[in-house]
Design a protein around this ligand. Structure first.
Ligand SMILES: NC(=O)c1ccc[n+]([C@@H]2O[C@H](COP(=O)([O-])OP(=O)(O)OC[C@H]3O[C@@H](n4cnc5c(N)ncnc54)[C@H](O)[C@@H]3O)[C@@H](O)[C@H]2O)c1
Length: 348
């Protein structure tokens, strides 16, 4: 049976929005119908690329175009406003992480969307990484025995941090990914969060913490460690060739338990795709999240969009929902409160 492609809208035509637009446009079962960005130039350029209608105001988009779904990839401080408009229009939505800057914001989105019965998926892309999902499955099968320690590191070059100045924080940009991941892999309540930040050049230039170390204490006695950092040296990730390569990070997720361990090592020495030449020296490609295969985006972000399309088409619950988003944002807020006071934060 052939059905009409789903009409998908996009709000926020920036760094991640452009990837979402491309992924939707490359699907056979969806079309990118509309693009909204408060920057008119960005909206029109991205819309023109995929034959979509451009808007600068999200209310106008919903008033003008009938959509089957919308991807909200605007900055988190305006996700609530965009979710409210989508809910009022009855349009299912995928909201980029963090779903809101704080738990109150996530609760507000939950209130408007539950009230109108509109489905919401949270954009936690790590849930769609094969390594993360494989590690979760192994832990569930008891490979580690009882979990004792779970540790996540996410470290990048501080190449484009200036654009977040005054708008976001290291924990909202990087940490929230791992707070979701750690809580997903070990779904036991967290009772205490303590965070400390190393501050250097990145903090001086942008106000973002260079390197945050957060410890988590779970109700069952296990501990977690989340490192969120911009402390890789610039040459590691700043290069101009080969075209299409994006810089790798120094990331890992390890679980150590009473009878075993599981490790997903995406670290400096284990990079799969590297290049070395006399002009630019060494560089490693980030082939997670949105690698290109034979001209099309594949990988975790494309899988996330596929799950969103399936949620709409099959009317099934989201694979990652607002309860997950709330848990991750609560941990982020607790870590930020700990950073501000220098003290551990107890959670109920
Ligand atoms: N899943 C991931 O790995 C990932 C990666 C990057 C960003 N993100 C998330 O996606 C969101 C966007 O991040 P980004 O890096 O693409 O930011 P960005 O600044 O590159 O893009 C945001 C865009 O939204 C537009 N915008 C701002 N206010 C608007 C409004 N009121 N209405 C319409 N458009 C508006 C801006 O003009 C900009 O073009 C953030 O919440 C971020 O945390 C997720």
């Amino acid at each position: 049976m052939v059905t009409d492609p789903l009409r998908i809208g996009l709000i926020g035509a920036g760094a991640i929005g452009a990837w979402h637009a491309r992924i939707v446009a490359e699907r056979r079962d969806a079309v990118l119908a509309a693009v909204c960005d408060s920057d008119a130039g960005r909206a029109s350029v991205l819309a023109a690329r995929y034959g979509a209608k451009p808007f600068v105001d999200a209310a106008d988009l919903f008033a003008d175009v009938a959509l089957d779904g919308v991807i909200i990839a605007s900055p988190e401080r305006v996700h609530g406003e965009h979710a409210r408009l989508a809910a009022a229009a009855g349009v299912p939505m995928l909201i980029e992480k963090p779903v809101a800057p704080d738990p109150v914001g996530v609760e507000a989105i939950r209130a408007v969307t539950e009230g109108s019965g509109v489905a919401v998926m949270a954009g936690h892309v790590e849930r769609f990484e094969i390594g993360s999902a494989g590690l979760k499955a192994a832990v569930e099968q008891g490979v580690c025995g009882g979990v004792v320690t779970i540790a996540a590191r996410r470290q990048f070059v501080a190449a484009d941090t200036p654009r977040f100045k005054g708008l976001s924080t290291t924990l909202r940009i990087l940490g929230v990914h791992d707070f979701d991941l750690v809580a997903w892999v070990h779904p036991v309540p967290v009772i205490e969060v303590y965070a400390a930040a190393g501050r250097g050049r990145v903090f001086a230039e942008t106000g973002l913490d260079d390197h945050v170390v957060t410890t988590l204490r779970f109700a069952d006695g296990a501990v977690g460690l989340v490192e969120s950092a911009w402390t890789l040296p610039r040459p590691y990730g700043v290069f101009t060739s080969p075209e299409g390569w994006s810089p790798a990070g120094n990331n890992r997720l390890d679980v150590f338990g009473s009878t075993g361990m599981v490790s997903n090592d995406m670290g400096l020495r284990g990079q799969q795709l590297v290049a070395f030449d006399e002009t630019e020296g060494f560089r490693a490609a980030g082939i997670r999240h949105q690698p290109i295969l034979h001209g099309k985006v594949t990988g975790a972000l494309a899988e996330e969009v596929a799950a969103f399309i399936a949620m709409i088409a099959d009317r099934t619950p989201p694979l990652v929902g607002l309860a997950d988003a709330l848990r991750a944002v609560r941990l982020t807020e607790a870590a930020e409160a700990s950073l501000a006071t220098g003290l551990p934060v107890r959670l109920d």
